[in-house]
Ligand binder design. Structure first.
Ligand code: GLC
Length: 480
């Protein structure tokens, strides 16, 4: 019996590795990335391209396995695609952006070149803000894995990092330390009411600032480094304070006074408790659980739980230790809602009824409990595992992998699942989705070799820096 089990285990992993191999994209004879999906049964659309955010899961796996060349090639080639000059017209990608995806094209002379998509071809023309942030995070993972600091010191890399920082830290209209972005600027690349200051982007921004702070060492970058030093602790304290929801915070928000003007204001964003599902949250929030809200803005507190942002907050050290514990407690206590029969929901709960219609624009792909609207995405399994490792909750990750293992292979590695329990293969899901395959393998690999966790983790920010930032924030609020 045990032998049978072992054999099945080995064959599922072997199958996954074989599929991952098949998805590798070659450019001028060298591996440079992986296709989003290798599913011949449906029209490819742009799934035959290499997506920057999707490739991160495969890349981390390749780094762990010592196959560093493909990651290096990817970093070098995508950097070449980054626009270095100001855009000539408003429909062109801005200086510093990294594309959402790219593909290899052959011209009439038989020469290959890369064609990038910065969202100008994407459905609904969404802007991939997360690409440049993931690119930086992956650059650091590559350096952690290889010790190849030389790559970051190369002039073209220093310029690339600087240009990303320029676009992130540019002068702007709002006065929050968070990053203002349009809807669908990240993994959720369709309209889902996440414009403004969505959690996923803020957490990736936090991690990317930390990478840039570590890697921007060349002379001439002092101003940017200073700007990062100003922004980073403020961003961290802003998210830890204003995005955090637990039962204590809910109580405070429930009894908030509104219409407060000036320096004594407690309800800084003028949140009206009636806009929140406080009865549901009262029931749903475990005593010792908590999480970061999906979005915060003027009279807005989006109380949906967004998985990528919360898990990456734990991994990157954005959450303090108590918050990290609380996030993991919440996942454990609300296992049926968040993990169900397939780890794990992209967000929770789904938008329904009138709210679904208004917020998604009646998007049939995002009907309640489907796709981005609370569908289940196996790729998130590696982030769950990394967060579990970081907080010593390995049992949770093991359980999640066990649930996914046989089903993923039987169902031919779908992109996502639908339903409240995640038991329906996504209505429009691709099969043989690369980040599903890589997410599963990476989760297994991290459990078996936890020493690889530093590929994606950072130390906590020094406490004094964050508390200084809190004081600063209070002072600055007084001023406005
Ligand atoms: C979908 C997903 C996006 C992913 C892309 C390729 O558009 O929403 O996050 O990068 O597919 O897999």
């Amino acid at each position: 019996m045990q032998l049978d089990k072992l054999e099945t285990k080995i064959s599922i992993e072997d199958e996954a590795w074989q599929l991952l191999e098949n998805s590798i994209l070659y450019y001028q004879g060298r591996p440079i990335g992986t296709l989003a999906a290798y599913d011949a049964s449906v029209e490819a659309l742009n799934y035959d391209q290499c997506f920057v955010r999707d490739f991160v899961s495969s890349a981390l796996l390749f780094l762990i396995k010592g196959r560093t060349e493909i990651v290096k090639n990817f970093l070098e080639e995508t950097l070449k695609l980054q626009p270095k000059e100001r855009a000539l017209n408003a429909y062109k990608p801005g200086r510093g952006l990294i594309p959402a995806s790219f593909k290899v094209v052959t011209n009439s002379n038989g020469e290959e070149y890369l064609e990038a998509d910065f969202g100008e071809h994407a459905i609904a023309r969404v802007t991939p803000v997360d690409s440049c942030l993931w690119w930086l995070i992956l650059l650091r993972s590559y350096i952690v894995a290889t010790n190849d600091y030389e790559i970051a010191y190369r002039p073209e890399f220093q310029t690339g990092i600087k240009l990303i920082m320029d676009i992130c830290l540019a002068n702007r209209f709002d006065m929050y330390p968070t990053l203002l972005v349009p809807d669908g600027a990240c993994m959720i690349d369709r309209r889902m009411g996440i414009y403004g200051h969505p959690l996923e982007i803020q957490v990736l921004f936090f991690a990317a600032l930390r990478v840039a702070r570590e890697l921007l060492i060349c002379k001439g970058n002092e101003e940017i480094v200073e700007a990062i030093d100003n922004r980073l602790p403020l961003l961290c304290s802003h998210l830890r304070q204003h995005y955090w929801i637990d039962i204590h915070r809910l109580n405070a928000v429930y009894r908030f006074k509104s219409e407060e003007y000036g320096k004594e204001a407690v309800n800084l964003f003028n949140i009206y408790a009636d806009s929140l599902p406080y009865y549901d949250l009262d029931k749903w929030l475990p005593k010792k659980g908590g999480y970061f809200a999906g979005n915060v803005g003027p009279s807005q507190l989006d109380t949906r739980f967004f998985t990528l942002g919360n898990l990456m907050a734990v991994i990157s050290g954005l959450s303090n230790e108590t918050q990290a514990e609380a996030i993991m407690n919440l996942i454990e206590k609300r296992w049926d809602d968040l993990i169900g029969d397939m780890p794990m929901k992209i967000c929770y709960p789904a938008l329904q009824g009138e709210e679904y219609r208004v917020v998604t624009g009646c998007d049939p792909k995002n009907i309640p409990w489907s796709y981005h609207n609370a569908g289940s995405w196996p790729v998130l399994m590696w982030m769950l595992t990394a967060a579990a490792l970081k907080t010593n909750r390995l049992d949770m990750a093991r359980k999640a992998i066990e649930i996914a293992k046989d089903k993923l292979s039987e169902d031919e590695w779908p992109e996502y699942y639908d339903g409240k329990k995640g038991r329906l293969i996504g209505k429009q899901a691709r099969k043989y989705q690369t980040w599903t395959i890589a997410g599963f393998l990476l989760a297994k690999e991290l459990i078996e070799q936890p020493a690889n966790l530093p590929l994606v983790t950072f130390e906590q920010l020094p406490l004094e820096a964050v508390s200084r930032a809190c004081e600063f924030e209070l002072n600055s609020i007084e001023r406005y």
